[in-house]
Design a protein around this ligand. Structure first.
Ligand SMILES: COc1ccc(OC)c(-c2cc(C(C)=O)n3cccnc23)c1
Length: 120
């Protein structure tokens, strides 16, 4: 529809659906909350824009994302942060790489066509 509030609701429903699908790919919840300097030394010095699933959820709820691209950008940032801070042989780097690929497939044009066709 061209009703802004309806479109915003639909976008929020789509983003919440995608967020849940992505969170399922992180069963160890390594991306569920912000990484602290306590568990990752110097993290806040090395990573200028931290991102995690809880922050993304809050952004959806406060209508911060006005497009799918903005949501995908934060998801990619979250994965890229982990591939910047952690060495390639760590579980965090490997989990981020897998999550990033799974996420880009989920939000790719092919999959989105089916998702969008299912919307009201
Ligand atoms: C081992 O248990 C946990 C629990 C929560 C975590 O982040 C929310 C992490 C974690 C998550 C990360 C990431 C995502 O870089 N990390 C990096 C170094 C050390 N720990 C982490 C690990």
């Amino acid at each position: 529809t061209n009703n802004p509030s309806e479109n915003r609701q639909t976008l929020q429903q789509l983003l919440t659906h995608l967020l849940r699908a992505l969170e399922r790919r992180d069963p160890q919840q390594l991306f569920a909350w912000p990484v602290t300097d306590r568990i990752a030394p110097n993290y806040s010095r090395l990573i200028s824009k931290p991102m995690d699933f809880e922050t993304i959820r809050r952004s959806i709820q406060s209508d911060l994302y006005t497009s799918l691209n903005a949501f995908v950008a934060d998801f990619k940032l979250m994965c890229e942060n982990a591939m910047t801070y952690n060495q390639p042989e760590t579980i965090y780097y490997k989990a981020a790489k897998r999550l990033l690929h799974a996420g880009l497939k989920l939000t790719g044009p092919e999959k989105l066509k089916t998702l969008l066709s299912a919307l009201p």
